[in-house]
Design a protein around this ligand. Sequence first.
Ligand code: DLZ
Length: 162
Amino acid sequence: MSTALKNLSNFNHTTIPSGVGMKIGIVVAEWNIEITGALRDGTIETLLKNGVSENDIFIKYVPGSFELTFGAQLFCQNNSIDSVIVLGCVIQGETRHFDFICEAVSQGVTNVSLKYNKPVVFGLLTPNTLEQAQDRAGGKHGNKGDEAAVTAIKMIHLQKHL
Ligand code: DLZ
């Protein structure tokens, strides 16, 4: 699985529903904040571009990616929130920490999403290097935040119209 051949910010091939009236929570990990801050900015820009109101975007910070799941759960407990986007960056290191965090977040957000019946969008970068992260946080492969924003809008639309 690779994003090297795909630009994360290119949506010319797909129809994006209007985000007007949608309420979206964003949880941002403070670890690697130069990357996660860029993901956050991309997410906000794309939500606004697709009709989500600035007043309907709610941002909270957690210390690291491991805490993203709990942050998502807190948002999901709020009935007015339609979807939650989690943004983090775990860079492959020399220890197995990487595997534990990635596994915990992917499993955790899936569980929260199903438990609360709300889309929780997985905006976690898991690169081998800082350069690969930069490439996907507004660099040559686009911005994973853009992809996360469009995913949230599409999933809310799907849930409301099925
Ligand atoms: C401890 C840790 C390490 C080694 N690496 C990262 C990382 O690359 N990205 C990230 O978001 N968080 C990292 N953390 C912090 C953990 O996610 C978590 O915040 C701590 O283990 C405390 O629970």
